[in-house]
Ligand binder design. Structure first.
Ligand code: SAH
Length: 405
């Protein structure tokens, strides 16, 4: 991987020069005696507008060099990575294979705290948990953890806010605050995996699936996304070991990102937020359609299927009298079936209420007729189970609002 992804390049303060190396190295063979690594100090001085560098931002092959540049033995980053990825641990007190002297500082440097839990809400009889986190610059993001029979799914955020401005989505109304780093996304996964393991959903459970359907447009944050996907799916000390096949990237249709993802050799599932089969309606519902129209976007989704062998999910929020007419279902079926029926899976989503939106969910009869029409065309259709609606945790409702306690 290129150096461009390293934390050092991101914030301009992370690639420590000789000073921190000397500081670490000056304290004995391991160089672990320094109390405040220059990396963290510099970040503090600038009031940490950007998150501090974190081990999980780096590709595995970059880690030795990073440790060395900090004046540490190369193996230290590998040791910390093992705790982080294999044991979901970032607490120094459990890392007894690291020298006791300076262990806290070492861990604070390699695995700094990036997310602070601010609030947690539970619903659906304990089977859905929404968590609000504050980031180091006071941005906020949310995750939603959901238990289903046989699987546990985490919905993660890829950006604070979102720049895509889809008018029916609460996150879209916030605008984009900033991209998350890979480590900030991986921390969402790690914390959720720990919570699930500790019984946050009832009995202890293993996090099995991750969907990038929280706040943000993942393909607008491509490099960090790619690093995150490898961190989720990698094995041993390289990732959390969640199968890439159980990971879904949902996009409003950024074609260059779709094509790039298709070439990564990662069999993640792609979900495309289509929401309308025609350009006129989609221009309104998904403004990026003015740049990447329906035909070109579906062609890219189909290329993704050809490259990965994975069925693509087509997300379609059903909005009363806007996009839910039966004739429109036929139009959708026709457009999808031009590539056959086996490459795709349609996922209609009952519209979730969003503050300030004039749109309503479809009437039950319209919803049923829409689904029936698609099924008649030979398409696989699954209506999305809407979780967490009462705690603003369902699709399109994440706005990282703090709830009055
Ligand atoms: N930016 C990504 C992830 C968005 S969230 C994307 O566009 O795909 C995941 C899904 O929820 C998307 O399909 C999104 O369009 C949909 N969604 C947004 N607001 C919604 C709402 N109010 N009701 C139902 N689904 C909504």
């Amino acid at each position: 991987m290129s150096q461009a992804d390293s934390p050092a390049r991101r914030d301009g303060v992370g690639r420590p020069g000789p000073a921190p190396e000397a500081a670490f190295a000056a304290k004995g063979a391991d160089g672990l005696g320094v109390s405040a690594p220059a990396v963290a100090t510099a970040a503090h001085r600038t009031r940490a507008a950007k998150p501090p560098p974190h081990l999980a931002d780096l590709a595995p092959e970059e880690r030795d060099a990073w440790a060395e540049s900090l004046g540490l033995p190369r193996m230290r980053a590998r040791q910390a990575a093992r705790h982080y990825f294999s044991r979901l641990e970032r607490s120094a007190s459990y890392m007894t294979d690291l020298p006791a002297a300076g262990r806290d500082q070492l861990v604070a440097t390699l695995l700094p705290e990036l997310l602070t839990e601010v609030a947690r809400q539970t619903t659906d009889r304990g089977r859905t948990v929404k968590t609000l986190y504050r980031l180091c610059d006071s941005s906020a993001v949310e995750t939603v953890l959901m238990a289903y029979p046989g699987r546990v799914t985490l919905c993660v955020s890829s950006q604070a806010g979102c720049g895509m401005a889809c008018p029916f989505c609460a996150t879209g109304k916030l605008g984009l605050k900033r991209n998350l780093t890979a480590a900030e996304m991986l921390e969402q996964v790690r914390l959720a995996a720990r919570a699930a393991g500790a019984g946050a959903l009832g009995e202890p459970a293993r996090l099995s699936n991750v969907v990038f359907m929280g706040m943000g447009e993942p393909l607008a944050n491509y490099r960090a996304l790619e690093r995150t996907l490898r961190g989720i799916a990698g094995g041993q000390a390289e990732g959390f070991g969640i199968s890439a096949r159980n990971v879904t990237v949902s996009t409003c249709g950024l074609i260059p990102g779709i094509d790039r993802l298709a070439g990564e050799g990662l069999p993640v599932r792609l979900a495309l937020s289509l929401h309308a089969p025609d350009d006129e309606t989609r221009d309104r519902l998904v403004p990026v359609n003015r740049r990447y129209g329906v035909a070109a976007t579906l062609a890219a989704a189909h290329r993704y299927h050809l490259a990965t062998g994975r069925r693509v999910s087509i997300e379609y929020a059903l909005i009363r009298d806007i996009n839910d007419q039966a004739w429109r279902a036929s139009q959708l079926a026709e457009r999808l079936c031009q590539y056959g029926t086996r490459w795709v899976h349609v996922n209609p989503i009952p519209l979730n209420p969003v503050e300030g939106s004039v749109w309503a969910a479809s009437r039950p009869e319209a919803q049923d007729a829409f689904v029936r029409r698609l099924a008649q065309a030979g398409l696989t259709v699954t209506l999305r189970d809407t979780r967490g609606r009462d705690i603003d945790g369902a699709c399109g409702q994440l706005a990282a609002k703090e709830v009055a306690k």
